[in-house]
Design a binder for this molecule. Structure first.
Ligand code: ACM
Ligand code: ZN
Length: 553
């Protein structure tokens, strides 16, 4: 090597050193969802084995401290002590209820100096979100579930204040069309928590499976949780169960499972909303207890698609309401959520037009038609839920025939249902198919796994604004937030579920959390690169379809 080229190599090496030094000193800040205010200064906090977690007050955020300790232990192998006081290198977690005026019930402030990371919030939820942000200030491997050696666990010096735009930041998983093991529910709750999502709707019942143990009606899971296995055939061409055939495909969650999900969720500031479908999407229930349909005819749990949804509960029989109230009584005892989702969508009412008892009910109640009979059904269920201190939420079809007085609406057939409900003073969660249906294709169908149809690429999810134009400020306040729904007709296992969910759920998290003025897709795309590294550390299989520059019509 001559002198000139040696000098050149040295210069390159110095530049490289400088760059890597720079990188060590000032790691790039890349947080999703984007916080309200971030101010970085020069320097780093080095997370080292001697770090302590300080929880000063009684009762302090001890669950949150345990969560942080466990994450640090898993990925770094360090064993940070949780203490009441320390003047050494520390992560301090502190609740100050007086901060609610500025930070709300889920916001936090996080400041990092060379010796102290300090998270302040008005609530444990806020502290938890401060911790989530702190984890994202660390290298992506902090999300690994095994010890990763050779990493400099550096945190940039920064001041962050942050709070969410919406109170409802939701994700629905359909566990009826395909059953997912209990272990996956904990994964989903972890995925949601890292995205600061806080409402997990479990679609527990449908035509293809009943997934929650109900002690008073054991056949709901003895019969209703199982169907014949036609997984080798297209969803819409599966023959129903034949006489003599055994139904062996499915599963359900025990009441113990559910209690554990609820507790695990609560530690992560997530409320689980149970969905018990009525009056339609009920073949699995009616296969178990045919006496609650109009005809009482025997049915079997469907192994695939059905359209229209005409195996529905009889609205004329008192026994139907006794059954549903009994089921809801057990559901309420399991799920502490304010809202109970009762479905309400896609009911084909042809059985009701032919059923003498349903027709008698229409007459006796002075109803105009079957739409009003559905409205009667939902109002009756609402009265029961309200008597138990709970609120009813349902799909936007519950607007038809007149909305129940205190009901909340989940707007899925576009946003008009949500607009109408908000104008009438009802709470609304926006989840239109156009932006929130994660069963739709996210890339070119030729190179994607078979999906139900549609096209919902990442950028379109990101572009969603849950507050539609044309609402007054007061009406806009009725929009609680947004929710992504993963329906699973075409999604049979957890790996495929993750593929459909990520990174679209990452985009949705910013829709729900970040103020509109702070949203920017190009900036999100840059930050997504780091998020995908976190997914790699967590061994989440995600879609790379957003990297394909295809435009579909
Ligand atoms: C729905 O997608 N039927 C709510
Ligand atoms: Zn009937």
């Amino acid at each position: 090597m001559n002198h000139k080229s040696a000098a050149f190599v040295t210069a390159i090496a110095m530049m490289f050193n400088l760059l890597s030094c720079q990188k060590e000193k000032d790691p790039v800040i890349s947080i999703i969802p984007q916080p309200l205010n971030v101010t970085q200064t020069t320097g780093i906090f080095k997370l080292t084995p001697n770090v302590k977690i300080v929880v000063k007050d009684e009762p302090g955020p001890s669950d949150q401290a345990a969560f942080l300790k466990s994450r640090i232990q898993s990925a770094t192998g360090f064993d940070p002590q949780i203490v009441k006081k320390s003047s050494g290198k520390r992560i301090s977690l502190q609740i100050e209820s007086g901060l609610e005026g500025t930070l709300g019930t889920e916001g936090y402030s996080l400041s990092v100096s060379k010796r102290e990371v300090k998270i302040l919030a008005a609530t444990p939820a806020g502290v938890f979100y401060g911790i989530q942000t702190l984890l994202q200030l660390l290298p992506p491997d902090i999300f690994a579930n095994k010890v990763i050696e050779g990493i400099k666990w550096n945190i940039p010096l920064v001041q962050i204040t942050d709070k969410p735009r919406f109170v409802w930041r939701g994700f629905l998983l359909d566990v009826s069309r395909h059953f997912f093991p209990a272990s996956y529910m904990y994964d989903v709750l972890d995925y949601m928590a890292m995205h600061k999502l806080n409402r997990f709707q479990m679609h527990l019942t449908d035509d293809q499976g009943w997934r929650v143990e109900i002690k008073k009606y054991p056949k709901l899971t003895e019969v209703g949780a199982w169907r014949v296995n036609r997984e080798d055939q297209h969803w819409n061409s599966r023959e129903v169960q034949k006489p003599g055939e055994k139904a062996t495909y499915g599963g359900f969650y025990t009441q113990d499972d559910i209690r554990k999900f609820v507790a695990y969720a609560a530690q992560r500031n997530i409320v689980i909303i149970p969905e018990i479908e009525m009056p339609a999407h009920t073949t699995a229930a009616l296969a178990s207890y045919p006496e609650y349909s109009c005809t009482g005819s025997p049915l079997t749990v469907l192994p695939g698609g059905i359209w229209p949804c005409n195996n529905i509960y009889c609205a004329g029989k008192e026994e139907t309401f006794t059954f549903l109230q009994d089921v809801l009584t057990e559901v309420i005892a399991l799920f502490p959520s304010k809202y109970i989702h009762i479905g309400g969508d896609e009911a084909d009412k042809s059985q009701w037009t032919k059923c003498p008892l349903c027709q008698k009910r229409i007459k006796a109640e002075g109803l105009k038609n079957e739409k009003e009979l559905q409205s009667y059904f939902i109002r009756r269920i609402e009265k029961f839920l309200n008597s138990q201190g709970r609120q009813l939420i349902g799909w936007d079809e519950i607007l038809e025939g007149g909305l129940a007085p205190n009901a909340a609406v989940m707007s899925w057939r576009g946003t008009q249902g949500g607009i109408d409900a908000a104008k009438a003073g009802h709470p609304v969660v926006m989840t239109p198919t156009s932006h929130c249906y994660f069963d739709y294709y996210q890339g070119n169908p030729d190179s994607e796994p078979l999906a139900i149809g549609g096209y919902l690429p990442l950028e379109k999810v990101y572009s969603f604004d849950p507050v539609p134009q044309g609402l007054s400020a007061d009406e806009a306040k009725m929009i609680l937030g947004a929710q992504a729904n993963l329906w699973t007709e075409y999604v049979a296992d957890t790996s495929h579920a993750n593929y459909m969910t990520f990174p679209r759920l990452t985009a949705l998290s910013e829709v729900c959390w970040t103020s509109p003025g702070q949203k920017n897709y190009d900036d999100f795309s840059l930050r997504l690169t780091r998020q995908l590294q976190r997914f790699d550390a967590m061994e989440i299989k995600y879609s790379k379809a957003s990297e394909q520059k295809i435009i579909l019509k």
